[in-house]
Design a protein around this ligand. Structure first.
Ligand code: ATP
Length: 495
């Protein structure tokens, strides 16, 4: 990577992509505001996903369900009882940690036989935990690792010996306990047990509870999918790594309903490929992507299989999206709790069944960050280092900039403004700029990832042609009739 995470955080702020939420009050951990360019980029990602997954297929339809719904939904889905992360408290500092990311090592010094414990937050990174233990305890001496585990796997005696990462003192940690990640809220004018509800922790449940209705109204035949884009909320114990783990985020999810007799692994594979191709098409670097299959106790309570697409972020390789096989779990839970049948009647047959579900679930904020990481580039002109964002034209916040070569004569300005207006009317996000030298204006656009710049010059006044400069091929400036620019953008912005 040309830059670490701090670099991306500061670039996002400087260029108007992402601000810490409520920054004038010092920010608010786990919440972010998308600035003007960030909002454009994020909207484009959503548009492209919807276009491809919903409009581009005849077996997927869209939905937009409520963020707050009856708590019965999240009771039935198991979220009220099970949607938790293990948490450890530091009794002295009052800090809290995710127990499964708090690694500890029991090590023995080879020559002296001394045994020591070290704990630290390293996002579950075993190797890092060991290296740190080696450095701290042994100070260069030879050391034998006896145990390396996370805090969910520590006995009471061990907990008492492991030093807290906050105070560095043994004896200040508690054992791990479950912490429910759902945000609670109250609905209506009274605040009592009966008014309690939740902000949804995933968009999926809104799809499950509407599945029957949607399949009737839209006359869908299994297999079919329902797609939804929307906010989700999780009271993460330790929000960190910028947009990667926040407390308010957005998901793009599909619940794809299949015949229980179908080969669910084959359908899951198709969706993994569909998602992989989408990520590639919007501009993620394939060399930074990989797959990870979840097994055993890494599977969520509802899943029978799950494969993640993981991405190499500047802070390590982590989950970008998951494609889970949820079986009939959710629909059966809602059938039991509501008393309503969730069976699908096969048209023209006696056969009925509760469909099984394959769920591709993608977090937009994690995609946004992965896209920035993929697009960031630097070049050196003279002895000056400059940065660029090489966004694909279909997601770039500004698709095209329009410049008059100079501020005078007025005819140049008028022509350029008319072109900008014409392109805006065609639906493009266009930036008009007449300030500074043309070189500086190009540079400003490279920095925010604008793929095309059109310049109106003196020849334009003669023959109605303009120059089009490509960010990724700045020396190949082409000339085209003013009226051809919109078509050119149409062609270039195909996904
Ligand atoms: P993790 O293990 O990283 O906490 P998860 O497995 O709990 O993630 P899922 O429940 O599978 O995540 O959620 C589906 C998708 O939603 C994830 O792949 C991710 O893109 C996104 N997502 C989940 N939690 C967050 C979060 N706190 N901030 C941003 N995006 C998130």
């Amino acid at each position: 990577y040309l830059m670490d995470l701090e670099g991306f955080v500061s670039l996002c702020k400087r260029r108007g992509f992402v601000f810490p939420s409520g920054e004038i009050y010092g920010g608010y951990s786990g919440f972010f505001d998308y600035g003007p360019l960030g909002a454009e980029l994020k909207n484009n990602l959503k548009k492209m996903w919807w276009r491809r997954m919903v409009h581009g297929r005849d077996d997927v339809i869209g939905l937009d369900s409520a963020i707050v719904t009856t708590p019965s939904v999240h009771q039935a889905s198991g979220h009220v009882d099970n949607f938790s992360d293990p948490m450890v408290d530091c009794k002295e500092s009052k800090q809290r940690f995710r127990a499964d990311q708090l690694m500890w090592a029991k090590v023995e010094l080879e020559d002296e036989g001394d045994v020591g414990y070290v704990s630290m937050v390293e996002d579950g990174n075993v190797e890092a935990a060991l290296n740190k233990a080696a450095k701290k305890l042994a100070e260069g001496k030879k050391m034998k690792p006896l145990i390396i585990k996370d805090m969910t796997e520590a006995s009471e005696e061990e907990v008492a010996l492991i030093p807290s990462p906050a105070t560095k003192k043994p004896g200040s940690l508690t054992g791990a306990r479950a912490f429910n990640l759902m945000f609670e809220t109250t609905v209506g004018p009274y605040s009592d047990a009966g008014s309690k509800s939740y902000l949804r922790p995933e968009t999926a449940q809104g799809i499950f509870v509407n599945y029957k209705q949607v399949s009737y109204v839209m006359r869908q035949k299994v297999p079919f999918g329902i797609a939804q884009i929307g906010k989700a909320f999780r009271n993460e114990i330790t929000p960190r790594q910028f947009l990667f783990r926040s407390r308010e985020f957005e998901q793009m999810e599909i619940e794809y309903f299949i015949d229980p007799d179908a080969d669910f692994r084959a359908v899951q594979e198709e969706w993994i490929e569909e998602m992989w191709n989408f990520l590639k098409a919007v501009g993620l670097k394939e060399c930074l992507m990989d797959r990870e299959v979840h097994e055993g106790d890494k599977l969520a309570h509802y899943a029978r299989a799950c494969t993640d697409i993981i991405f190499r972020y500047p802070f390590g390789t982590q989950e970008l999206l998951g494609v889970a096989a949820r079986g009939e779990y959710d629909l059966q839970q809602h059938a039991q709790a509501s008393g309503q049948s969730m069976e699908y009647q096969v048209p023209g047959q006696k056969r009925k069944f509760v469909p099984h579900v394959i769920e591709p679930s993608l977090g937009i904020d994690r995609l946004f960050l992965a896209l920035l990481c993929s697009a960031y580039d630097e070049d050196v002109v003279g002895d000056e280092k400059r940065s660029l964002l090489r966004f694909h034209p279909c997601v770039a916040p500004i698709t095209c900039a329009v410049f008059p070569l100079m501020k005078k004569p007025p005819a140049l300005v008028e022509k350029a403004q008319a072109l900008a207006k014409q392109l805006r009317q065609r639906g493009w996000n266009v930036l008009y700029d007449q300030a500074g030298t043309i070189g500086k204006r190009y540079r400003r656009m490279d920095e925010v990832g604008t793929p095309f710049c059109c310049t109106v010059d003196f020849d334009t006044l003669e023959d109605d042609t303009v120059t089009v400069r490509r960010r990724d091929d700045p020396l190949e400036v082409s000339r085209m009739p003013i009226d051809a620019v919109a078509r050119f953008l149409d062609d270039e912005c195909q996904l």
